[in-house]
Design a protein around this ligand. Structure first.
Ligand SMILES: [Zn+2]
Ligand SMILES: [Zn+2]
Length: 303
């Protein structure tokens, strides 16, 4: 037999032995446990990905729930200011509607906050229109601009004139007050033959009258949330916000708050930054019917 010849069986046994010696220390423990093999690393990474997949939606839900609670808290504070104002003013509801500032810097009428059409730009970005006692009746009760802003609303003010430049400034207000509560400007702007409540003692079924609600960021303009009642037009003047997972948040004249899920896709146009029209017809919109039922009631006809 040639001296260099190695029996293949012997060679394979020797290789097995070498492998086993490499993998085991003198106490018989696996050396490979000191680090990760690529298979183990992949398994750990897969596990992390699965855990992240499970936890991230839970975290996102928790965050959106926190923003919803914050929005309810904001509206509760607005409601308290609204109730305190009436208490301090012989039961009269805080003036509501819309009004610009004149060219001489004077206010036509002091509403709960100052605001007007989309063309009255300062009211969208200048906090004085919320917090200055000369410009806002609520300024005596609320001194934090954050109270007026829904945490889901991240919209920026965009110039309504061509070339429609978007400013880098966030809009300062997300909420409006039911136009049939304390309406203080031209009554012809409201649908006739519906109650306009001017005192708290006049309120009929306060639990079914909304006070404040989140407004769609592309729709908000007046401090009043305008609602066309059936005889006026079949459509929204102001669109409600659906930023809370397709829900709106409203507070009512008895102080309770509701999170209401909208059902009609026409109620929830995506936020684009351009102004939503105030006269789009939307027949048979169940969400509009729901809001109307919580806005006012018909004026009783005299016997
Ligand atoms: Zn909100
Ligand atoms: Zn508008």
């Amino acid at each position: 037999m040639h001296s260099g010849y190695v029996d293949p069986l012997l060679k394979s046994q020797a290789m097995q032995l070498t492998k086993s010696v490499k993998l085991n220390d003198p106490c018989g423990q696996r050396l490979s446990s000191v680090g990760f093999t690529s298979t183990e690393l992949l398994a750990v990474m897969a596990m992390i990905a699965i855990l992240a997949g499970l936890l991230l939606p839970v975290l996102a839900r928790a965050k959106s729930q926190a923003r919803r609670v914050q929005c309810i808290n904001n509206q509760r504070q607005l409601f308290l200011a609204w109730a305190l104002y009436a208490d301090d003013h012989d039961d009269r509801l805080v003036p509501n509607g819309h009004a610009p500032v004149t060219a001489f810097g004077q206010l036509c009428i002091k509403l709960w906050v100052t605001g007007d059409s989309h063309f009255f730009a300062p009211a969208f970005t200048n906090e004085d229109f919320l917090l200055d006692p000369h410009l806002a009746a609520f300024a005596s009760y609320l001194q934090s601009a954050a109270t007026f802003k829904c945490p889901e609303d991240r919209s920026l003010y965009r110039d309504p004139f061509p070339p429609f430049i978007e400013s880098t400034r966030a809009k300062i207000r997300s909420y409006s007050l039911n136009c049939f509560l304390g309406w203080a400007v031209d009554p012809k702007e409201l649908t006739p033959n519906y109650e306009v409540f001017l005192k708290t003692s006049d309120l009929v079924s306060p639990a079914k009258l909304f006070t404040f609600q989140d407004v769609h960021p592309d729709s908000i303009c007046y401090p009043a949330f305008m609602v066309y009642m059936p005889e006026k037009m079949e459509g929204f003047f102001h669109y409600p916000s659906s930023l809370h997972n397709r829900c709106g948040i409203l507070t009512f004249a008895d102080g309770h708050a509701e999170t209401h899920k909208w059902t009609d896709p026409r109620t929830m146009p995506p936020v684009s930054g351009s102004v939503l029209m105030h006269w789009d017809t939307e027949p048979d919109n169940a969400d509009l019917t729901w809001i109307r039922a919580r806005t006012t009631c018909r004026t009783p006809t005299p016997p």
